[in-house]
Design a binder for this molecule. Structure first.
Ligand SMILES: NC(=O)c1ccc[n+]([C@@H]2O[C@H](COP(=O)([O-])OP(=O)(O)OC[C@H]3O[C@@H](n4cnc5c(N)ncnc54)[C@H](O)[C@@H]3O)[C@@H](O)[C@H]2O)c1
Length: 448
């Protein structure tokens, strides 16, 4: 396909979807419409096993034109489902394939920002599994690329729990004043994956695994089968706690859980960040951690403070009879007239104080509740062909992970950081600024 053909094809996909064209029969007898071959997205799957399997359903009616995985066994297994796709072991080569419209990235965390950014740079839509980035700089680079291209590209960070109706019910309660003036928000997760250090060298990588490409932009660590012994969709728990590959629970369950708060506060990046937790380990990210942030007011609320707790550190319960420890991954909102406590599926309202009579709050009429998102992956597929709008685009998801990662920097520096969100710089610590980014292995560039 020539460049002009590709552009014309993408415009056609958008215009048929935007016009709501269901099916057109042309005089020649050929079909146009949602199910016509020409109205399908050409999708590349980068990472084809594990979490990637959760995407097969939503995209099985599209054209899967490229499969890329560093493990040839995983490639072969995905090829059974998508036999017409070309195969790659290096995502940089994959992204050279000219007919790709859209990319789904389900690889290791330390490659997400690279793949997402390279895809956007090539005008490909992108769905990127959480976390979108491993450093503040990565989050900012991907977000900036997206903001430049948002009029032509659809993005989604893989926080699919966002489609649960409870997310919007919590937002409505907070925004509509069920707890009065919002002052604080808290999110926490109890997952604890303790390790002492990188696994030592053990054995040789099997022939089907391109281990050098698995390491990719990260500093070199010798092969150990430990990194690969997990089941499909949970193998990330074999590597995501090591600094060079992941960010521990910040990027893991933290991406999902902070989303409960992020969806309800309409925030950009914070002005301060603080962090405390267990002793710093240069190999392994902390299990016990508490980070907190100041956010300025916006059009509907005053300034607020937001907290993230993990690994056993917890916010204080507002009342002894509410045991927050019974909520493994949850959030709490504090307002001038009470609290909302929630998990992904349910919520409780706790009016608090002598004047908390709820007269200041009226629930929404049925017609005014926020409409359901529908199927999360399908939202992105439709957005690629239509209005480009998704709930967790790289702006929304980018600011959320930038904030969380800034907290991890504050933990490492051990002091309250003042943050200039416009510039992406800490104004009171050189040490912190040095930790906002990473050096990559030779041959790998974030902005390629
Ligand atoms: N949204 C969710 O609920 C959810 C659930 C599980 C995992 N995840 C995310 O999905 C990602 C993958 O997790 P997983 O448990 O499937 O991990 P995994 O280690 O099993 O890797 C997934 C696949 O990617 C391949 N891969 C790894 N590095 C690659 C590279 N550089 N290029 C091409 N292929 C590569 C692996 O060989 C494997 O087939 C993680 O980032 C994780 O955070 C999200």
């Amino acid at each position: 396909m020539t460049e002009t053909n590709i552009v014309q094809r993408r415009q056609f996909l958008k215009s048929t979807a935007a016009a709501g064209i269901g099916l057109l029969i042309l005089p020649s007898g050929s079909l146009l419409g949602a199910n016509a071959p020409s109205n399908k997205l050409n999708v590349a799957l980068i990472g084809t096993w594990g979490r990637a399997l959760a995407h097969f359903g939503a995209i099985s009616s599209e054209n899967i034109v490229a499969l890329c995985d560093v493990d040839e066994n995983h490639l072969a297994s995905a090829a059974k489902k998508f036999p017409r796709a070309k195969h790659y072991v290096d995502w940089r080569k994959c992204l050279e394939q000219k007919d790709i419209d859209a990319v789904i990235c389900s690889t290791t965390d330390h490659t997400h920002a690279f793949i997402a950014n390279w895809a956007l740079n090539r005008d490909m839509h992108c769905y990127c599994e959480k976390p979108l980035a491993n450093t503040v700089e990565e989050a900012r680079v991907v977000r900036a690329t997206y903001l430049k291209k948002k009029k032509k590209l659809a993005t989604q960070v893989g926080t699919q729990r966002h489609a649960k109706p409870n997310f919007e019910r919590v937002r409505e309660l907070v925004k509509d004043g069920a707890i009065g003036e919002l002052t604080d928000a808290y999110a926490w997760g109890n997952r604890q994956l303790r390790r002492s250090g990188y696994p030592p060298a053990r054995g040789e990588p099997p022939k089907h695994l391109h281990y050098d490409l698995w390491i990719g932009p990260a500093p070199w660590h010798p092969y150990n089968p430990e990194y690969f012994k997990g089941g499909p969709g949970s193998n990330c728990l074999q590597w995501n706690m090591y600094w060079d590959f992941g960010t521990g629970q910040i990027g893991d369950m933290g991406s999902h859980t902070i989303d409960l708060v992020w969806n309800a506060i309409d925030a950009d990046v914070p002005t301060t960040a603080q962090g405390e937790g267990e002793e710093y380990n240069p190999d392994v990210t902390p299990v016990e951690l508490h980070t907190s942030f100041d956010f300025p007011g916006n059009g509907w609320r005053g300034p607020i403070r937001v907290h993230w707790y993990q690994g056993g550190m917890m916010p204080r319960s507002p009342k002894g009879y509410v045991d927050l420890n019974k909520i493994g991954h949850g959030a709490m909102f504090k307002g001038s007239k009470g609290y909302i406590i929630c998990d992904f599926d349910s919520r409780i309202l706790l009016p608090f104080g002598n004047d908390a009579d709820l007269t200041y709050y009226k629930g929404r009429d049925k017609d005014d509740v926020i409409p359901p998102l529908g199927h999360f992956q399908a939202e992105w597929v439709n957005a690629c062909k239509g209005d480009l709008k998704t709930h967790c685009d790289f702006d929304y998801g980018g600011t959320a992970i930038e904030t969380m990662l800034l907290g991890l920097v504050a933990y490492r520096v051990g002091k309250k950081l003042e943050y200039d969100g416009a510039k992406g710089r800490v104004t009171n610590s050189d040490k912190a600024n040095a930790l906002l980014s990473k050096e990559y292995r030779k041959g790998w560039t974030l902005n390629g």
